[in-house]
Design a protein around this ligand. Structure first.
Ligand code: NAD
Length: 439
């Protein structure tokens, strides 16, 4: 079914740009509603629309004494299952400020479904400031003023029981600490570590957060392997992207017996047919700044990397990597989508037909939000768990999320991506029906 354009015009968001991310998010929700036979237009629109989209002006005195105005957003999509949760990014997408608003709305929707699929009691949100600290000349002091003013502007709608932000594109534990401190100062200097997650450990961060996404993805791949009776011992793994999500996917898959044979980064792709240790490639990349030139490796193209004969493919770089053309040539048995949106919708039916089992992004990379949730729990109780305790709790949520998704995919004869959305929408609708509408 077509996205509901009335909703879009109702928000008066101006020109629609091509490949509008909120249209994509809308379509995914409507598709899940169709499978669940949710026909009530009001309920369908309720599930699509964010509850609140706050757009704020951020005036900042720059180092040269001049004032510069930045724009920031916080989109709170749904809190039927618990407080809103989602990152804050500092970014300047090509489509400009209007596009960014649509993007954070879409991303806030995906956070709702991501939390629901692994059954953590949180809702979905996303925020951002239209600024790119990597490409613009912004000093540390200016960035801190942007961060603190943005925190002030959204302070009324965030809080440990309301909305708990986290790091995202080009934000780190440093910004999270500044947001926590600003929020604390605005609330009588109370200690409120639970207002934000992704904090450094001394500031109340959680152990295992740094490895969470890769570890969660490895758990999902292990469960998928059980289903297709693939032995992980000796299984061949290809990693696209060689950053946080992929290296920890590689390291934990190795611990389960698998062998990484190829990897890539923004500079190129390599293959070592007999395999290598992820940590060795990490050491090489730390020294040389790229995976290229790794001992015993051969340079290959991106297409060759993605279509290498292997057991497990981990796309962990960018969105829109697996096109219909790539899908036709895939030679893997499992895809663990560590990246957000690596597969184009046109590729999904091809992959399904080839009986490749896909762990969709909202499930495969939910380890990050699972451990963010556990960070928030630890902050709220003021008691901290060991690495193993945190990892074990995350494993429980993720493996159950995987099983529930797989069971639904069999029940409705749909692919895992659709099944994950159906599961998530079903859970949010259940909460909505229990609460009803007030006033
Ligand atoms: P990162 O910055 O640590 O690593 C990204 C890697 O991708 C880098 O090695 C970079 O060189 C590589 N890359 C960039 N362009 C490339 C290209 N064209 N071809 C091949 N490689 C390319 O980022 P990350 O945190 O690992 O995130 C990777 C993906 O995982 C993103 O889609 C992100 O949204 C998603 N994700 C990450 C987390 C997390 O906790 N890290 C959580 C959820 C989702």
């Amino acid at each position: 079914m077509e996205p509901n354009l009335n909703i879009i015009s109702h928000l008066d968001l101006g020109i629609l740009v091509q490949a509008d991310p909120f249209d994509n998010a809308t379509k995914q929700v409507y598709d899940a509603c169709d499978i669940l036979k949710i026909k009530d237009k009001g309920l369908r629109d309720y599930l699509v629309m964010p509850n609140k989209v706050l757009r704020v002006k951020i005036p900042v005195k720059m180092d040269n004494g001049k004032i510069r105005i930045f724009t920031g957003f916080r989109s709170q999509h749904n809190n039927d299952r618990g407080p809103y949760k989602g990152g804050i990014r500092y970014f300047n997408p090509e489509g400009g400020v209007k596009y960014m608003e649509r993007e954070v709305m879409a991303l806030s929707s995906w956070m709702t479904w991501k939390c629901a699929v692994v059954d953590i009691p949180l809702g979905g949100a996303k925020g951002g400031v239209f600024v790119n600290p990597k490409t613009e000349k912004i000093s540390n002091a200016e960035l801190e003023r942007i961060t603190r003013r943005f925190a002030f502007m959204i302070s009324e709608i965030i809080g440990p029981e309301k909305d708990i932000p986290a790091p995202d594109v080009y934000t780190t534990g440093k910004e999270m600490t500044q947001i926590m401190d600003t929020f604390s100062k605005l609330h009588g200097n109370k200690s409120v570590p639970g207002v934000i997650t992704g904090k450094p450990i001394p500031m109340g961060g959680s152990l295992a957060r740094n490895v969470a996404t890769g570890l969660g993805n490895a758990y999902c791949i292990r469960e998928a392997a059980k289903i297709i009776k693939l032995k992980l011992k000796g299984a061949k793994v290809v990693l696209q992207g060689f950053g946080n999500a992929s290296t920890f996917s590689g390291i934990y898959l190795e611990k389960m017996g698998a062998k990484v044979i190829a990897a890539s980064d923004s500079k190129g792709s390599i293959i070592v047919p007999n395999g290598f240790k992820t940590e060795k490639l990490m050491a090489h990349k730390n020294k040389k700044g790229t995976v290229l030139g790794f001992q015993g490796s051969k340079k290959i193209s991106t297409e060759q990397l993605l279509t290498t004969k292997c057991d497990v493919l981990v796309p962990a770089a960018l969105e829109n990597q697996i096109t219909a053309k790539i899908a036709k040539n895939l030679k893997c048995k499992i895809i663990g989508e560590a990246a957000n949106g690596p597969t184009l919708p046109e590729a999904d039916p091809i992959i399904y037909k080839k009986k490749i089992i896909v762990v969709p992004d909202i499930l495969a990379n939910s380890g990050g939000v699972c451990i963010s949730y556990l960070e928030w729990v630890q902050n709220n109780m003021g008691y901290y768990w060991t690495f193993d305790e945190v990892a074990k709790k995350m494993e429980k949520n993720i493996t159950k999320g995987f099983r529930d998704t797989y069971d639904l995919s069999k029940k409705h004869k749909i692919d895992m991506r659709k099944a994950a959305m159906v599961l998530a929408v079903e859970r949010v609708v259940e909460a909505f029906n229990l609460k009803g509408i007030w006033p």
